[in-house]
Structure formats: structure tokens, C-alpha cells
Design a protein around this ligand. Sequence first.
Ligand SMILES: [Zn+2]
Length: 556
Amino acid sequence: MATTAQTSIAAHPKFEPVIGLEVHVQLLTASKIFCSCSTRFGAPPNTNVCPVCLGMPGALPVLNKKAVEFATLAAMALNCRINETSIFARKNYFYPDLPKGYQISQYDKPLAEHGYIEIPASETGDGSSGAGSNGGKPKKQIGITRVHMEEDAGKSLHEGFPDSDEKTAIDLNRTGVPLIEIVSEPEIASPDEAYEYLTRLKEIILHTGVSDCNMEEGSLRADANVSVRPRGQKEFGTKTEIKNVNSFRFIREALEYEIGRQIDVIESGGKIMQETRLYNANEGKTYGMRSKEQAHDYRYFPEPDLLPLVVDEKWRAEIARALPELPEARRARIVKEYGITEYDAQVLTVSKSLADQFEEAAKAAKNPKRVANLVQGELMGRLKAKGISIEQSPISMRGVAASADLVESGAISGKMLKDLYDLSFERGKDFDVVYEEEGRPQQSTDTSALEKLVAEIFAANPRQREQYPSKESLQGFFVGQVMRASKGKANPQAVNRLTRYPGRIPKIGDRVGILGRNDTFEIVDVDETHWQAVVRLVPDVGCKESILWSLLVFLD
Ligand SMILES: [Zn+2]
């Protein structure tokens, strides 16, 4: 099935691959690029059609303004230069799903050129872990040659009908759906880089909102050109094109296989044929489909039914205003603003909606950073352990924010939060639901019980108690002991206060104050074992109470 993991192709001692990618992205306009037919996916066959998209003689195309805006926005997000004037051209070829006998595309004057996408640079030599990206890694720019607009063709249906073994059915709903084609420079040096490039590309397009990039529905389709050459050689080898692969993972696998195949052919004295190849994901192999040698002449010429497309400065500026913060910039900002790792920022910006949810939750919470910390410290690990993505998390970003607020206000302890998170994952329910189901648990704020516990801890650890006056850092030890004894239920702030070292050892007769109270007290007895003092209110009203030393305030 998967790549029979030939020891990493990118690391081949003699040959290096050269990869370029062509990605078609369907734009999310309501109507087609040159007519007002709906672009809705899944309509009954041949219902979203009209004389224009059916290619009837005399029908004239009218360009969809929204399609231009979407295409321009996408090109801007890909760092392209927008050409003020671009030209639609006819790409002539015959195919049953192309009723006009030509596709309206752009050729020598495309909408946009000279863009790039940044990917994490893979450590040269070993492409095996290129998909991961850890903090502060160097980046590599992959050039984008051009972004142009074109119309989609219809669909040939080779199966699914009783007579499918004899006939091919045609559905023309898709003819005329607006596409952009994004052509990369041949600067991709490994299957892993191709995977990264596609992942970044999809992420950027998703952030712009001009496409849903749904690969199953064909809203994003990627073809790869690949050749190999001896390391150090400038000229490219003969390339093959891998078409119609429907997932990024399969593209990576197809490239791994194809690179290995080409190297084998060359090393055994053969020649690579320029051809289109299809990938069979079940076998993990590519197969030659048709020779490309004659297929190249599309006899492009300017489309006589359409004016040159002019996107002037004013319009460009207008479109640019719709440009959202892009994933790379957003990640950098999130890392800085919430102090999370680059890796987690990556996960949180996997889609715009998730990033929005996270930021919305973080901002709504009393302490945004705590939300980020919980995502990083409590959520990610549990997701990983369960092997699910953050989009499938039982705890929503809203739930994380709610839990952060409960910890922040001292209502629940960190330990209780962990338990509630575990329950959420066990039950597959959001945090607030589980919190309700559990009867809105509160951590103990009963200080008299806590004081007793602290006194017991002091009594039980005489050695640490003895060192405490000269070693203040031992407070952490006592806090830990108390938290453990309370099974995490104690309020950490209260424990901190109760385990504080007072600085002085009380003597009988000292006049003292007590934290949080306004009266003056006198020490009448000292209990060394439990670090407690017996005090009496001054003026004496006849009642004594026992209090932890740590609560004493010495009056001079
Ligand atoms: Zn139409």
C-alpha cells in the first residue's frame, strides 16, 4: 500500500528530484465564471447549465466580477504581483466534457505572477521528517510562477450506471465553474517539501475564504511535474506529470514512487519518456497514461469574445482590504501574544475557524494566557493520546476558556481541572457539560480544615521544618505536601499563605497581628511541633485560639 519506504529518495547519493506543482482551486462564487448558472456541488446532472456553458453557437461569455476579486485576493495572499492587464485565451482541445472544443484560460498574460510560499526548510539529506516543523526552523521560499483564471470542464462519468461498461455519461454542471491555477517554480526538492507546499497553500487559500479547498469534491486538485537529475547538474531531466491524485499524502507517496522509478530507469540505462502518469494508491505505483509529446499544442490565442481584464490600482486596493491576516503572520503573532510554542500555534491555525475560536476564547477569558497554557498543557497531550485532531476535540475552545476562568477564580484547582478534562475525554462531552454533570465541584476553601492539615504537615516533617528558617525555598516542598494530602482540592493561594515562613519565631508575650484581621493578639503558648501559636485577643476577652505561625504578623 503505502510507500515501500525506499530509504529516503531525497537522500539519494547520485540523483536529486526536481518537482513543480500545478494546483487548481475552485472559487466559491455563487455563479459560474462566464454565465449566471449556479456552481452548487451535487445538483442533479446537467441541471446547472445554459447556452453559454453548454457552448451553444452565438452564446457570449460575461466575466463574473466576484471571480476576479477572489482570484486576485488569492494571488495577493500568495505574494504575487497582480498584472494590471491580463488576457483570456482559448486553449483548444477536444474532449467530450468540453462542449465548446476549447477552454477559456489565460496564457501569456496571466492575472498574477512572481509569488511565493514559505515552507519550513527540511534538513537537507533526510526528507523523512519534513512534515513536522519545530520552533524557529529556517524557512525556504518556493516560487510561484503564475496564478491565472480559467473555467472548469465538465465531468465524464465512467461508472455508476447500468451500461457503464459500454458508455460514458457526461455531467456538464461543472463546466464554467471558476478556477484559479497556481503554478509553482520547479523549486521543490523532495516529496516532503511538496507536501509542505500543498499544506501551506491550502491553509493560505482557506484563510482568504475564496475556496473551501475540498479535495473530495474536487475544489482543490494538484498535479505534480517531476524529474530527476544527477546531483550538481543544472539542466533538468525529462519530466513526467502525475495527475488526479486526491490527497496530499498520496501525492507525497506518488512522488516517492515516481522518483525511485525514474532513478531505476536511468541507472539501468533507460530513458524517461515525457508522459502523464496516474497513481494507484492501492498499489502505491504510478502508471503511464498517455504520451505528452503531441498533446502540447493547444494553439492558444486571445479569446475574441472577452475584453482584456483590467484590475487597476483602485480595484486592487479595494480587494486588498479584504485580505485577512495570513496563517504565517498569525502564527508569529499568536506565539508572541500568548507565549505558546510554534508547534502549538501551527496546530491552532490549521484552519481559520479554529484560530478564530481560539483567539475568541482567549480574549473572552479572564486570563488569555491561561487559555493558551491549557490548550498546550492539557488539551494537546490528550488529543495526541487519543489520536484525534483538535477539530474533533470533545472540549471546545469555549470549554477551555470556561475551565481557565474557573481555575483563575480559584473555584477549582489544577488537579480538579485535569480530572474534569479526563472525564470530558472519557464521555466525549464538552467541559461545561461535564462540569454541570459533576455538580459544579468547588475546591475546598474551608480554611480551618486546611489550617489543621498544614499544621499536620509541619508536624510530620520536622527535618524540613528545621531547615525552613534558613531555606525559604522549602515552601515549595510544604505546598506540595499539602496539595498531595488534600488530593489537589486545596486552594493553592490559601496553601501558599498558610505555609509561608513568618521570619521570626514567636515568643510567649509577643504582641502580634494575624493576616486578614485587624485586632492585636498576644502569644500565650507556642506549639513547636505543629508550628502553631496560642493567641489571645488584646484587650483580653477571655478566649484563646490556636493559629499557624505563618499567619502571624509581628508588631514592633
Ligand atoms: Zn451556464
